[in-house]
Design a protein around this ligand. Structure first.
Ligand code: 4AD
Ligand code: MG
Length: 427
C-alpha cells in the first residue's frame, strides 16, 4: 500500500494498485447503494466510490464537505469518473470532521470574497497560485541567467518614489514614514555595489480606483542595471517576458486547461516585441479619441485600444517628460521627452514601466524642483550622482497584472491570495 498524490493516480501510475491518499472531501453524492466522494489534495481531485457492503460505508456517510481524511483503496481506470480514474475505497480514517462548510455553488461572488481564507482551497485559486509560483520561478531564473543579484530593499521608506497621490503614510514611533511604492531608488543604491540587481517584493499604492488592474498592495518585479540604455532595457524586458511565457506555458498546460485560459497567446510570445513611440501612439489613437493630444497621459481605455491592434505584448516609449516621475532621464536636445517605456498587453494595458534614470545631479535637482519635491529629502539619492554616477536603466513589472493577462482572469484580486483593495483587507 503506497501513500500517493492524487496526480499520480490521474497520470495512470497506480492503476490496479492499492493506494492511500490524504486530503479533503471536495464533493459528496450519496445514493442508496453507493457513495461518491470526490477527494482533493494539493495536486488534484479524484472520485472514490464506497459500496453499501464496504466496511467504510458508515465512515463515508458521516463525512461532510471539507472534512480531512486518509483514504485507502484500489486505484482503477474508469471512463465514467471525472479525470478517467477512481479509487474503490476500502478504508477511511476521518482526521477532522468539518462543520457545515459555508461555501457552496449558490453563494454570491461577494460572499465568496469575504470567505477568502476558505476560498483559497478552491480549484481555481489552487491553480492560479501554482501558476503564480511558476511565474516567480521563471522570472528569477531569467534574472539569474543575466547575472543579476537578488536583493532585499526596505518597505518602510522616508521619501516618495512615485508621487504623493498614491502614497500610504504611517505613524512610525514619533515620525511619519511611508510604505514603498516601488523599490527602484533602493535598487539604484545597490546597483553601485552589485551592478545588476533585482527584487521581487510588495509595493503599496493608496489607489482608490476600482479597476481590474489595481490593488493597494501588489508584488513588483523590479530590475536596475548600470552602463545601459533604452535599447538594452527593452531587449531585457522582452527577453524576460518571453522566458516567463515559454517556461510557464511548457510547465503549466494542465493548469491553463482547467482554468479555461488561452495558453496559445502565451506560447506565441516571442522576441522581438513591436515598439512604437508615444507620439505614434497618439497618432494611432487620435481617430478614436480626438481629444487626445501630445502631452496627455494615456488612460486605461487608450491603452486597451492600442493593445487590441497589436494583440500581443508591445512597447510604447519616449513619453512627455511632464507626465513622468522626477528620476526619468530626458533627451539633451529635446528635454520635453523622457526616456521612459511601458510594456502593454491586450485587455490590461500597461504591465510594466521602465526607463533611463537621470544621472546628472544638477538636472536631477532641477527635475525635483519642477515637481515640487524637496532635494533635501533625497540627499542620499543625490549622493549616487555625486560619487561615480553612471548611465543606468531599470523597470518594474506588476506580477498580478501579468497573471491577469496570462490566465485571462476577470479581476486582479484573483491573481493574489490575499488581495488588498480599498474595501478588502480581511483576513
Ligand atoms: O508604473 P509604475 O508606477 O512604475 C514604477 O513604480 C517604477 N518605479 C518601476 C521601476 O522603474 N522600477 O509601476 C510599475 C508597474 C506597473 O506597470 C504595473 O504593472 C504595476 O507596477 N502596478 C500595479 N499593479 C497593481 N496595482 C496597482 N495599484 C499598481 N500600480 C502599479
Ligand atoms: Mg507606469
Amino acid at each position: 500500500m503506497a501513500l500517493v498524490k492524487i496526480s499520480q493516480i490521474l497520470e495512470g501510475k497506480c492503476t490496479e494498485q492499492k493506494v492511500t491518499v490524504r486530503g479533503w472531501v471536495y464533493r459528496k453524492r450519496e445514493g442508496k447503494a453507493l457513495i461518491f466522494l470526490v477527494i482533493r489534495d494539493s495536486t488534484g481531485v479524484i472520485q472514490s466510490t464506497i459500496k453499501k457492503d464496504s466496511p467504510c460505508w458508515n465512515d463515508a456517510q458521516k463525512l461532510t464537505i471539507e472534512s480531512s481524511l486518509i483514504l485507502t483503496g484500489t486505484a482503477r481506470e474508469d471512463t465514467r469518473a471525472p479525470g478517467g480514474f477512481e479509487i474503490g475505497a476500502e478504508a477511511i480514517e476521518t482526521v477532522g470532521l468539518a462543520e457545515n462548510f459555508p461555501i457552496s455553488k449558490d453563494k454570491s461572488e461577494e460572499f465568496i470574497r469575504d470567505m477568502r481564507h476558505l476560498w483559497l482551497r478552491s480549484r481555481k485559486m489552487n491553480l492560479v497560485m501554482k501558476v503564480r509560483a511558476e511565474v516567480l520561478e521563471a522570472a528569477r531564473e531569467y534574472f539569474k541567467k543575466q547575472t543579476f543579484t537578488e536583493v532585499s530593499p526596505p518597505m518602510f521608506i522616508s521619501a516618495a518614489v512615485e508621487g504623493g497621490s498614491t502614497l500610504f503614510a504611517l505613524k512610525y514611533f514619533e515620525q511619519e514614514l511611508y510604505l514603498t511604492q516601488s523599490s527602484q531608488l533602493y535598487l539604484e543604491i545597490l546597483m553601485y555595489s552589485l551592478e545588476n540587481v533585482y527584487c521581487i517584493a510588495p509595493s503599496f499604492r493608496a489607489e482608490k480606483s476600482r479597476t481590474i488592474r489595481h490593488l493597494t498592495e501588489y508584488w513588483h518585479m523590479e530590475g536596475e542595471w548600470a552602463f545601459a540604455d533604452m535599447n538594452d532595457l527593452m531587449a531585457f524586458e522582452e527577453g524576460l517576458m518571453a522566458h516567463i511565457c515559454q517556461t510557464v506555458a511548457a510547465k503549466c498546460e494542465k493548469e491553463f486547461k482547467e482554468l479555461g485560459a488561452d495558453i496559445e497567446k502565451v506560447k506565441a510570445v516571442k522576441t522581438p516585441f513591436p515598439r512604437i513611440t508615444y507620439k505614434e501612439a497618439i497618432q494611432r489613437l487620435k481617430p478614436k479619441n480626438p481629444a487626445l493630444d501630445w502631452g496627455a497621459d494615456l488612460g486605461y481605455e487608450d491603452e486597451k485600444v492600442l493593445a487590441e491592434d497589436f494583440g500581443k505584448p508591445f512597447f510604447v516609449y519616449d513619453y512627455p517628460t511632464a507626465i513622468k516621475a522626477f528620476y526619468c532621464k530626458t533627451y539633451k536636445d529635446h528635454p520635453e521627452v523622457a526616456m521612459s517605456v511601458d510594456m502593454m498587453v491586450p485587455r490590461i494595458g500597461e504591465i510594466s514601466t521602465g526607463g533611463a534614470r537621470e544621472d546628472n545631479k544638477d538636472l536631477l535637482i532641477q527635475r525635483m524642483k519642477e515637481q515640487g519635491l524637496k532635494p533635501e529629502d533625497y540627499e542620499w539619492y543625490l549622493d549616487l550622482r555625486r560619487y561615480g554616477t553612471v548611465p543606468h536603466v531599470g523597470f518594474g513589472m506588476g506580477l498580478e497584472r501579468l497573471l491577469v493577462w496570462m490566465l485571462d482572469l476577470e479581476n486582479i484580486i484573483d491573481a493574489i491570495p490575499f488581495p488588498r483593495t480599498t474595501r478588502r483587507f480581511y483576513p
